[in-house]
Design a binder for this molecule. Structure first.
Ligand SMILES: N[C@@H](CCC(=O)N[C@@H](CS)C(=O)NCC(=O)O)C(=O)O
Length: 234
């Protein structure tokens, strides 16, 4: 039986199944990337809810695994060399899980890097820009009289959607016929932009038919439907 007791995070979130990969998360656009990936691959895992309401991400136990106080994070009891591996940053986790399972990333080296390129496009572009737009459109920033910050993120989000739309022209998924970790990274954010952030009209989402078509295919996947609700909110 694997012993994870030397990881302080297991004091706050005990591992009932220490042989399974431990997921510390919340169903936000970054969090669901990992639960969707785990559902798609079929890897056994144990989800733990990190509640922002009780500032769990700031607890010493969580910070011992991710000093950057953000979900998602994982602890794999069966990491490289059979030793436990702790990991944070959703992009790094997606890549790790793709390599571990041999799924959802092309084997051909050039296609592999092309997939990583689009993964980074999400991590460095779509995530931060859509996130700021959410702040200025839906949350505290919506009351600011000066609309220039909001408009800056609207313009940048539109530009990014345009790049994505062009990429999806004549392709089912970002990498063509293969559904990959690039899609798993990107589409939870697109869904959130037009859903929870209520910014669809603001960014002229109707102009991006390829993105809308791919988003519909993404949310129809059974593993995506399941992953969007994991970990279950208390
Ligand atoms: N670059 C990080 C971003 C993670 C992130 O921003 N997580 C948010 C939720 S979507 C979070 O944990 N926020 C809590 C906080 O900032 O205290 C990743 O992709 O894993």
């Amino acid at each position: 039986m694997t012993d994870l007791s030397s990881f302080p995070i297991t004091k706050k979130w005990p591992a009932l199944h220490p042989d399974r990969l431990q997921l510390y998360s919340l169903p936000t656009p970054n969090g669901v990337k990992v639960s969707i990936m785990l559902e798609e691959t079929g890897l056994p895992y144990e989800p733990h809810l990190v509640s922002f309401e009780t500032h769990d991400q700031m607890s010493p136990e969580f910070l011992s695994l991710n000093p950057n106080n953000k979900i998602p994070a994982i602890l794999d009891p069966d990491g490289p060399g059979g030793k436990p591996l702790a990991l944070f940053e959703s992009g790094a986790i997606l890549l790790y899980l793709a390599d571990k399972t041999g799924q959802l990333i092309p084997k051909d080296v050039a296609s592999r890097y092309e997939t990583i390129q689009w993964l980074m496009f999400q991590m460095g572009g779509i995530g931060p820009m859509f996130g700021q737009l959410g702040f200025f459109n839906k949350f505290a920033g919506k009351d600011y009289e000066d609309k220039r910050p909001r408009d800056r993120y609207v313009a940048e989000s539109k530009r990014l959607l345009g790049v994505l739309d062009k990429r999806l022209e004549g392709r089912n998924w970002v990498m063509g016929d293969s559904y990959t970790i690039a899609d798993i990274a990107i589409f939870p954010w697109v869904r959130n932009l037009v859903g929870f952030y209520e910014a669809g009209e603001l960014v002229g989402f109707g102009d991006f038919a390829n993105v809308a078509r791919t988003l519909a295919a993404f949310v129809a996947r059974p593993a995506v439907v399941r992953g969007l609700g994991i970990p279950k909110r208390g």
